[in-house]
Ligand binder design. Structure first.
Ligand code: MG
Length: 280
């Protein structure tokens, strides 16, 4: 039986530059992966709409993981048959791992009333507010607000307030993940659970004995997939320490930042695939 190779990557701060969202330094390596037929799966806090736009721009036709693992979308026909527990929607087999975004509107409204000014979320900020928070264009901010499963929150209060805020959401059944710039309020999902499910679909489709996946990320919301992947590539960020992992085997720390570190680290990983076990 054969093995499948797979790259699963975070976008902001990893494949995309933290400041200007450029992926230019990674293009040559993306090309190599394409030629080697190694799928590159985007796994982001971004929405389906945002990720569709980037996939189109990059000519990426592989499955993708939206909103921090809330759902996995696989292009219809990508595998020979529809994976179990998926629903066909707009040309994608969709595996949902979280409840709809609407679930978090009421608890957030109650929190807004009890701690005014302490936070801003995308739903109440609207497109213009999102532009102000992110620096995205109006068009991209609108895409960012087309969320289906999660609510991004920018914390503006103090640490004590944050603790109370997180505890209240926890009581409401939410899982709050810290991304680069925002907290993401969603159901009990993460990029690791999404990767575990998707990896199994690749394995089944190829009748493969193993999937050698490389997870790439720079933030705390990437930790669940960085922990469970066969190899992890950690991307240094300009404004915070590396995400802490419990594993130390099979971890590559990128040289540089963002897409520069991405390209460097993925090359290292590709080289390691062709080394004998003793050399690893
Ligand atoms: Mg990131």
């Amino acid at each position: 039986m054969s093995a499948v190779q797979l790259v699963v990557t975070d976008l902001d701060g990893s494949l995309l530059d933290h400041h200007d969202y450029s992926y230019a330094p990674a293009l040559p390596v993306l090309q190599v992966l394409e030629e080697m037929r190694v799928p590159v799966v985007f796994a982001s806090s971004k929405t389906r709409a945002e990720m569709l736009a980037l996939r189109k721009e990059l000519g990426n036709e592989h499955p993708f993981i939206v909103e921090n693992g809330a759902a996995v979308l696989i292009p219809e026909g990508y595998f020979l048959k529809a994976p179990e527990h998926t629903e066909l929607r707009d040309g994608y087999w969709v595996r949902e791992l979280a409840p709809p975004r609407q679930q978090w509107a009421a608890p957030l409204a109650a929190l807004r009333a009890s701690m005014p000014g302490a936070f801003e979320d995308f739903a109440s900020a609207g497109t213009e507010g999102i532009v102000a928070m992110t620096g995205l264009s109006v068009e991209k901010a609108a895409l960012a607000n087309e969320r289906e499963y999660s609510e991004p929150v920018q914390w503006r209060g103090d640490d004590d307030g944050l603790e109370a805020f997180l505890a209240t959401l926890d009581d409401a059944g939410a899982r709050v993940l810290k991304g680069g710039r925002f907290y993401s309020v969603a159901g009990d999902c993460d990029k690791g659970q999404a990767l575990a499910w998707l990896r199994e679909q690749y394995r089944l489709a190829a009748s493969a004995a193993a999937v050698y996946d490389l997870a790439v990320g720079d933030g705390a919301n990437d930790v669940p997939m960085l922990e469970i992947a066969h190899r992890a590539l950690v991307i240094p960020a300009p404004d915070r320490p590396l995400p802490a992992l419990t594993r130390d085997e099979g971890v590559i720390v990128g040289e540089g930042m963002g897409p520069v570190a991405w390209a460097w680290g993925v090359r290292e990983w590709l080289r390691s695939l062709y080394q004998t076990p003793e050399e690893r």
